[in-house]
Design a protein around this ligand. Structure first.
Ligand SMILES: [Zn+2]
Ligand SMILES: [Zn+2]
Length: 339
């Protein structure tokens, strides 16, 4: 029912693409990260809570929305969105055609700060695999936030700003939401995060107050601050305003100690908007799917594990972007809008 095409996943019976990376007639979007929502398509359909964020990302797009759980007919199919727990408005796409049900997960997470992941029963499940290795296990976010607060306190005492590098869409807002009512100092944002953070606030997400860093803000003015910035700001002139900063990275990748050392972060905070290994397996099991197609990240490892332990039919789907798996190469921030 849904198959890979040069532009992305295509549903022939419905005449639409899901998360296409080239312009198409009709794009159904799981969420607004740039590897899932690319510009140039004639129309976009997304889950209603993600509308503001998607419009920030694609200002000229024709965007239609559908509340979670509502069903619409597209071509010969019936399509609905279900919470994926990844970022604001993130959705799994359920497609039904002549009694057959497929679900495309997009990116997902089981215990999030946005609307929680919903299990959707289906025959074929297309899952992400960004962190599909047993080493990736997440601790509860509250404990990770304790670590951030403690590190920030020590830096403040030493007069050093605390920089947390993180994705501009999803992670930054998640940290701000976790810090709500817990932050005990000023929080500042890199400019690339400001508009998307506004979109979250306008969508009703409660977060700690945070001020955008302006051109003249530097040195002492930021010495007590927790600063959120995209990884791409590291090593640029922008960082000169923070000469003696302690730098950290908030990512599921920080589970691997060697990665933190190798990339010379003072601290690593294991905080992810993706399911961990156990989360992937339990979510997949709960769908009851007979066939699982795997995309993004460690797809071969997950497909092999499912075959060997569940005896179910599996396959892998390559995408043009390996998505937040870009995070795995550690080089850039796919969540950052083009300058
Ligand atoms: Zn994503
Ligand atoms: Zn992704």
């Amino acid at each position: 029912m849904i198959s890979p095409s040069p532009s992305g996943l295509f549903c022939e019976a419905g005449g639409f693409h899901i998360d296409p990376w080239r312009p198409v007639e009709r794009a159904v979007i799981t969420h607004a990260h740039s590897d899932h929502a690319s510009a140039g398509s004639r129309s976009y359909l997304c889950a209603a809570p993600g509308e503001r964020v998607l419009r920030r990302r694609l200002p000229d797009a024709h965007v239609e929305t559908l509340p979670y759980g509502d069903t619409i007919a597209i071509g010969d199919t019936r399509v609905s969105f279900h919470p994926a727990g990844h970022i604001l408005g993130s959705a799994q796409v359920r497609v039904e055609h002549r009694g057959d049900v497929w679900v495309v997960s997009g990116d997902y997470k089981c215990q999030p700060t946005c609307e929680p992941f919903e299990t959707v029963r289906c025959r074929t499940f297309i899952t992400e695999a960004t962190f599909a290795l047993p080493i990736y296990t997440w601790d509860p976010a509250a404990g990770v936030v304790d670590e951030i607060l403690e590190w920030w306190r020590l830096n403040r005492a030493a007069g050093r700003p605390s920089v947390v590098f993180c994705y501009v869409l999803g992670k930054a807002q998640r940290i701000l939401a976790e810090l709500r009512s817990r932050a005990d100092g000023p929080i500042h944002l890199h400019g690339a995060m400001a508009a998307l953070t506004d979109a979250y606030r306008e969508s009703g997400i409660a977060m700690a107050p945070a001020e955008r860093i302006t051109e003249d803000m530097r040195g002492k003015a930021l010495a007590q601050s927790l600063v959120l910035a995209p990884l791409s700001a590291r090593g640029t002139v922008w960082m000169r305003r923070l000469p003696n900063a302690s730098v950290s990275f908030a990512s599921g990748l920080m589970r691997v100690r060697g990665v933190r050392r190798q990339r010379a972060f003072d601290r690593g905070f294991v905080l992810s908007d993706h399911a961990d290994w156990m989360g992937l397996l339990s979510s997949i099991d709960a769908t009851g799917a007979e066939r699982v197609l795997v995309t993004h990240g460690w797809s071969d490892a997950l497909a092999r594990h499912l075959r060997e332990t569940r005896g179910i039919e599996t396959g892998t789907i390559r995408t043009a972007f390996e998505g937040e798996a870009g995070e795995l190469s550690g080089s850039d921030d796919p969540g950052e809008p083009a300058p």
